[in-house]
Write a protein that binds this ligand. Structure first.
Ligand SMILES: *[C@@H]1O[C@H](CO)[C@@H](O)[C@H](O)[C@H]1NC(C)=O
Ligand SMILES: *[C@@H]1O[C@H](CO)[C@@H](O)[C@H](O)[C@H]1NC(C)=O
Ligand SMILES: *[C@@H]1O[C@H](CO)[C@@H](O)[C@H](O)[C@H]1NC(C)=O
Ligand SMILES: *[C@@H]1O[C@H](CO)[C@@H](O)[C@H](O)[C@H]1NC(C)=O
Ligand SMILES: *[C@@H]1O[C@H](CO)[C@@H](O)[C@H](O)[C@H]1NC(C)=O
Ligand SMILES: *[C@@H]1O[C@H](CO)[C@@H](O)[C@H](O)[C@H]1NC(C)=O
Length: 903
């Protein structure tokens, strides 16, 4: 019966909770982390999400149920699928879950055989898995596909006629923002499903003030959602019939494709605190209303480096217009804009009067981004400004002082070591100041922005530059723009509680909520009491909250659809998240390990799948432990791509295609060419010449590692000959016949240090900048420049670059092209006919490697700028492997102005 030989289960969970799996102190790892965000983003754009994958399958049902009790949600996603084809096949089950949620269980029923999940320490799970008789296999790609969701993926290979039931569980705490809680479910069944149903049950003991569902799924679903709510309960049902699911009349495509969102808030009736006890745990909520706002002192610190140029700056300017308008005459503010220099719109804080606001808006509108990124200097200047105002008693002692940093990239000028910047800022910040940071896009080391904000009593947020960045900026700002209380402390009488989560908070912002949880000690008491103290605009506040122990459990027992274990799980959820933050700030490896142990223990006890724990899915007798796994290896780590029949040459050499490099080797009297098979968005270093400067204590300690300027101060590296040439890839508008997307250089930059002159050429314009200024040259005015752009119906505008290698570079020059300024010895022998009679093949000996090469031709546009002229060359396969030093990915750098240090 148990013909499960072919059963393969893939369980992949994408983490983006800021965990690092790098060896402590390994800085290359940090850089890799940055790179990962970028790549994950790129992959996501290319792929379409489908909840159930398979060719000939019947999806019988798809059901989602959420039980929310006191802001804690347990969601179950179930689906029943039949392999209705005539062959064995892989059936995929994919769920998008909120990034803040923890998966708690996953089970499957395959033809009556039940597989149950349990969360274990990763090493334990791996061990058990390896001992099993029949194993599944892990593989696959995982991605972050939107700003707040991540994807859980599984796949089962089953014979025809098989019935499978999938069931996934996850839990998360709802955080109150701007006055409400939001519960989002991603519904993308990808097909019509006979039994399709979503149920959201909310139980809030204090009462529900409103509950709404959003209609992001579209007009067709008006009236399909039913909300039934009473004082303390709500039940939301979304159950479209087959006909209602249709995208259009008589369509077979599903129109259910988007986010289903339930928003609600809790009745507060002027009661600021709410204390609940259940199952030996307590949860204290604190969200007072009707308080006058505290005056605030804000320094906006805006990155205006070259990378902000374009849409990012435009959106920042847009957002700043509304943000500044929000200031009142009681607030004080200033604006600092920085690239490699730091400028202050006003050296002192000024009142938020309409005249000052108008002047600041005008100033921001006039900013032209260019140059490097000196975050350290800018932040120190902002702190100085607040200190000065505070020393001069200019600001109200009850006011709140904040720095809001908006940046899109890592520091490149001045102090660029992130941990030193972090230390510098922490040293000068005063207890009453806090730092909020917004990271735009994916080039920024978001973990750093988060660490520096958390450490200085603030928060961080990533802003996705692709969608409505200015709206995201404004929304973030409105969350922190109305501080109501300072120095909030929630305390309990001695010996009544233990294991309490953070109970002191720097600020309380309007529309948010403070939450403290812990264990209730076993005493004779029948009530639990908490005391909250805080400092407001005009008064200090003390609040006592009492609750009957056992009262809530009695109520919960009567509720059919409540989540009874909520308090226990909520306590663990908050504790684990706090530990994750502490882990990222832990100063020593020993402390980090200790925290890691605590996270693991709690995660196993409460069945949370974290990057430190894994889900073991096994058959009841334990004989079949299918690939249990939680994916820990980043999906972009080199995967075992089966060698694509290395002997056979590609059918065509893609002329005009993936960045093609033609290297002229005068001594060998030969042209060699290769393509780099990289991705759109990647920046490749073509030439890096650090000149004769001395190398600082930088990453060249890691021989052949990817290394670039942000890790080594330029001042330590460069002398006047320093030169970097980098190219950013863009993708073609349409994929090639072989399904891949060709890439071209969409922008090429030549950057020289220490004078900081850069010439950046893209398909639209050439921007020359030097120090603080820049100017544009349009293409028509620049016929003389050897770089060159064209238009083509399929090909996107692209640039070719021709860099003579016989130049006056220093011996340290490297880069994809620069390395050939020292010409390698090349021998070609055994020339024979290839698969294509027009393209002979041969063996090339170069740098101690034996390579199979193909005679081909590439276009050279130096002579004929429109048609190009054909150049015969020996083509090296596999992205120049063996001909270039190292792997081509070693040449990927983060910025157009990065140096590659090849040690
Ligand atoms: C996972 O779910 C299955 C099916 O509901 C259940 O039998 C099993 O006990 C759950 N695992 C844990 C650890 O709760
Ligand atoms: C609404 O909820 C109440 C109480 O739970 C229940 O009695 C009633 O049947 C529900 N109505 C509908 C339409 O589901
Ligand atoms: C849908 O199909 C029915 C039956 O085949 C047909 O009568 C009807 O006109 C179709 N409607 C549209 C909009 O095509
Ligand atoms: C709770 O606190 C006690 C005493 O501080 C400690 O020994 C125990 O490990 C804590 N439990 C958890 C789960 O953190
Ligand atoms: C270059 O031209 C573009 C488009 O006209 C403009 O937006 C940009 O500000 C210009 N840059 C500089 C440095 O003048
Ligand atoms: C253009 O290029 C030629 C040779 O490549 C050079 O002599 C000349 O100085 C360049 N500049 C202008 C403005 O023509």
């Amino acid at each position: 019966m148990r013909s499960l030989g072919a059963l393969v289960l893939l369980v992949l969970v994408q983490w983006s909770r800021g965990f690092e799996f790098v060896v402590e102190g390994d800085r290359v790892g940090d850089a890799g982390h940055r790179e990962r965000h970028k790549r994950a983003f790129l992959t996501s754009e290319e792929e379409d999400f489908e909840a159930i994958r398979g060719d000939d399958i019947t999806v019988k049902s798809y059901k989602v149920e959420s039980r929310i009790t006191s802001r804690f949600a347990h969601t179950t996603v179930r689906s029943s699928v039949v392999n209705s084809g005539s062959k064995s096949q892989s059936i995929g089950f994919n769920v998008q879950i909120p990034k803040k949620a923890f998966i708690t269980n996953f089970t499957m029923n395959v033809n009556g055989i039940i597989f149950k999940g349990s969360v274990k320490e990763k090493s334990v799970a791996r061990n058990l898995y390896s001992q099993a008789r029949a194993k599944g296999k892990a593989a696959g790609i995982v991605r972050t596909n939107s700003q707040d969701m991540e994807t859980f993926k599984t796949e089962v290979h089953v014979p025809p006629g098989s019935h499978i039931e999938f069931e996934l569980h996850y839990q998360e705490m709802m955080t109150r923002k701007l006055g409400f809680y939001e519960h989002s479910l991603h519904l993308q069944p990808g097909r019509l499903v006979p039994q399709f149903q979503v149920d959201v049950h909310i139980y809030e003991p204090r009462g529900i003030s409103f509950v709404e569902t959003s209609n992001a799924l579209g007009e067709r679903f008006h009236g399909v959602t039913k909300v039934n709510s009473t004082k303390d309960k709500a039940h939301i049902v979304f159950k479209p019939t087959l006909q209602q699911q249709q995208k259009c009349d008589n369509c077979t495509a599903s129109g259910v494709d988007g986010r289903f969102t339930v928003t609600y808030d809790v009745e507060r009736e002027g009661v600021a605190g709410e204390l609940q006890v259940s199952d030996g745990h307590f949860v204290q909520f604190f969200a007072p209303t009707n308080l006058p706002p505290l005056p605030k002192n804000i320094v906006f610190v805006i990155d205006v480096s070259g990378s902000m140029w374009g849409v990012k700056m435009k959106q920042t300017v847009e957002a700043m217009q509304t943000i500044l308008d929000d200031l009142t005459i009681d607030d004080y503010f200033s604006v600092i804009d920085f690239n490699h220099n730091v400028r202050c719109w006003s050296d002192d804080l000024v009142p938020g009067s309409s005249i000052q606001v108008a002047a600041a808006k005008k100033y921001i509108q006039g900013i032209k981004p260019n140059g490097g990124t000196n975050i350290n200097e800018a932040l120190l200047r902002a702190v100085q400004m607040l200190l000065k105002a505070s020393n001069q008693r200019l600001i109200d002692p009850r006011s709140v002082s904040m720095i809001i940093l908006v940046s899109d990239g890592d520091p490149t000028v001045g102090e660029i070591k992130l941990h030193i910047i972090q230390k510098n800022v922490k040293r000068v910040m005063k207890e009453e100041f806090s730092l909020f940071s917004l990271g735009i896009g994916f080039d920024v080391d978001y973990d750093f922005l988060e660490r520096i904000a958390t450490e200085n009593r603030g928060m961080a947020q990533r802003v996705y530059s692709n969608h409505a960045a200015s709206e995201q900026l404004r929304k973030f700002y409105s969350q922190v723009s109305t501080p109501l209380l300072r120095q909030i402390s929630i305390q309990f009488p001695e010996d009544t509680v233990s294991n309490v989560t953070y109970s002191r908070f720097d600020k309380f912002f309007s529309g948010s909520e403070l939450v403290v949880a812990g264990k209730v000690l076993n005493t004779q008491d029948t009530t639990l009491t908490s005391f909250t103290t805080a400092s407001g605009a005009s008064l200090d506040l003390t609040l006592q909250t009492d609750t009957e122990i056992g009262e809530l459990d009695a109520k919960l027992a009567l509720q059919q659809h409540s989540f009874t274990g909520f308090a226990r799980q909520m306590w663990a959820y908050i504790t684990v998240n706090q530990l994750i933050t502490e882990r990222s700030l832990a100063p020593t490896a020993i402390q980090k390990r200790r925290i890691t142990q605590r996270i693991m223990r709690l995660a196993v006890e409460h069945q949370f799948v974290t990057p430190l724990t894994a889900l073991l899915v096994e058959s009841e007798d334990g004989a079949e432990r299918l690939l249990t796994l939680v994916y820990s290896k980043p999906p972009w780590a080199p995967t075992q791509v089966p060698p694509k029949d290395a002997k056979r040459p590609p059918p065509v050499i893609w002329v005009d295609s993936d960045p093609h490099f033609i290297v002229h080797l005068p001594r060998n009297k030969m042209e060699v060419c290769f393509n780099i098979d990289s991705r759109p968005g990647h920046i490749l270093n073509l030439v890096s010449d650090p000149g004769t400067g001395t190398l600082g204590p930088g990453p060249h300690r890691y021989p052949r590692a990817r290394s670039w300027s942000p890790q080594v101060p330029l001042s330590q590296v460069l002398v006047p000959t320093g030169l970097a040439v980098n190219g950013r890839l863009v993708g073609a508008k349409r994929p090639r016949a072989d399904g891949k997307t060709s890439t071209y250089f969409g922008a090429i930059s030549v950057f020289s240090e220490p004078d900081g002159v850069s010439v950046t050429v893209d398909t639209e314009r050439i921007v020359v900048s030097e120090g603080g200024w820049g100017y544009n040259i349009t293409w028509s005015a620049s016929a003389n420049i050897t770089l060159h752009g064209r238009k083509h119906p399929v090909n996107v505008d692209f640039l070719g670059i021709y860099i003579p290698t016989d130049n006056r570079y220093s011996p340290r020059v490297h880069g994809l092209i620069g390395q050939f300024s020292t010409e390698p010895e090349v021998k070609v022998h055994h020339i024979h006919q290839g698969a294509d009679p027009l393209k002979p093949e041969a063996t090339m000996e170069v740098k101690g490697n034996q390579l199979s090469v193909t005679r081909g031709w590439q276009k050279d546009y130096r002579q004929d700028r429109n048609e190009g002229s054909d150049v015969f060359c020996w083509f090296i396969h596999n992205s120049g492997k063996g001909f270039i030093d190292g792997h081509y990915t070693s040449y990927i750098v983060p910025h157009l102005h990065s140096f590659l240090l090849w040690a």
